[in-house]
Design a protein around this ligand. Structure first.
Ligand SMILES: *Cc1c(COP(=O)(O)O)cnc(C)c1O
Length: 357
């Protein structure tokens, strides 16, 4: 019934999430009301958001002293909200792509930004190494998975200053050592829920250190104090997120998701390496994203993009056209992408190679 969905975001969700959410759009269990028309202050919705907060914490093993927030505004609003809440004198950023650059642009509105390293010299096809994080920075910001360029920092790095991470496209793809971070945020539409929900994990004691007055809605403390219910939260996406979280748990949790993700990523990168028609855009294996796999036509086969895309489309594959700043192809292998869809893609790549041998 369905396409093989490789979109980068909004992106594939588990059938479990879609079916349960569709049901709740008709009627939220026993309420004789739709999830879309029920008060966020009703006991039924409060049960939903509380369970979602709890399960989010449980699956990511979030320690005491951290808050989980469900907000609106997208990850892009967090580009500003982070400096609003943390920036005093200076911030440090790692520039690994378009999203990181956008985060840097917002931080610069608040003062000195030290871009400790950048991979822009090679169109963001690698993760910079050996940089030094200034110890006098208020925080250090990284983008763990670069959705557009297909690079990923798959380890929880050490930072001498509070570490802030945009994890929009790799949250829940692997277990994280939350204690190494001060703030983790992301849009939910890559690996968790439909668009409209932004998650933020905040270490409570990093807040309250700036002197500027903070508008109420932009102050993390507002949302911490009210359990994400200061104003109307995105109720439907939160309901859907809860379904996805339950699906993760039923599959064995995030360590299990990581195993499956490693397997899927290896399958595709192995095929790209083996297949003479294609090459990866990220040469260093350690930097290759497990969530967004970027590849292009190999030398000698340039200009065959369109033909490959047509072949893939005919097999029910959608969403593999690369971002315009990279070209070629991008296959997003989020948690919900079934191995069967990946097998279809690999088969099409092999057919294409045969056709041109
Ligand atoms: C998609 C994405 C964003 C932007 O998210 P919005 O919710 O659309 O603002 C930011 N950072 C990363 C890494 C992304 O993948």
């Amino acid at each position: 019934m369905k396409k093989h969905n490789f979109y980068a975001g909004p992106s594939i969700l588990p059938p479990y999430t879609i079916e349960n959410t569709a049901k709740a759009v008709i009627e939220l269990d026993g309420t004789e009301l739709s999830i879309m028309e029920i008060s966020h202050r009703s006991k039924e919705f409060i049960a939903v958001i509380e369970e979602a907060h709890d399960l989010f914490r449980e699956l990511l093993n979030i320690p005491d002293g951290y808050s989980v927030l469900f907000l609106g505004g997208g990850a892009s609003t967090q580009f500003a909200m982070v400096p609003i809440n943390l920036f005093n004198k200076k911030a440090a950023y790692l520039n690994t792509g378009s999203w990181a650059s956008k985060a840097i642009k917002e931080a610069k509105l608040f003062g000195e930004v030290d871009v400790v390293a950048s991979s822009e010299d090679k169109n963001f096809t690698y993760i910079p190494k050996g940089y030094k994080i200034p110890e006098d920075a208020d925080y250090f910001h990284i983008t763990t998975n670069n959705t557009i360029f297909g690079t990923e920092i798959r380890e929880d790095i050490d930072s001498p200053v509070p570490l802030v991470a945009d994890m929009s496209s790799d949250i829940f793809s692997r277990p994280i050592d939350i204690s190494k971070y001060a703030i983790i945020y992301g849009g939910a539409q890559k690996n968790l829920a439909p668009a409209g929900l932004t998650f933020v994990i905040v270490k409570n004691d990093v807040l309250g250190k700036v002197d500027r007055p903070i508008p109420t809605m932009f102050n993390y403390k507002t949302h911490i104090d009210k359990g994400s219910m200061f104003n109307t939260p995105p109720c439907l996406p939160i309901f859907a997120a809860l379904q996805t979280l339950k699906w993760f748990k039923n599959l064995g949790g995030i360590a299990e998701m990581q195993k499956i993700n490693e397997k899927k990523a290896q399958m595709l990168y192995n095929e790209i390496d083996r297949n003479k028609m294609f090459k990866s855009t990220v040469p260093d294996k350690n930097d290759q994203s497990y969530m967004n796999v970027c590849f292009v036509m190999n030398d000698g086969y340039e200009n065959l993009d369109k033909e490959f895309l047509e072949l893939a489309t005919a097999e029910g594959i959608v969403g593999i056209k690369g971002h315009r700043s990279v070209g070629g192809f991008r296959a997003s292998l989020y948690n919900a992408l079934p191995i069967e869809s990946l097998e279809v893609l690999i088969e099409v790549m092999q057919q294409f190679e045969k056709k041109h041998s």
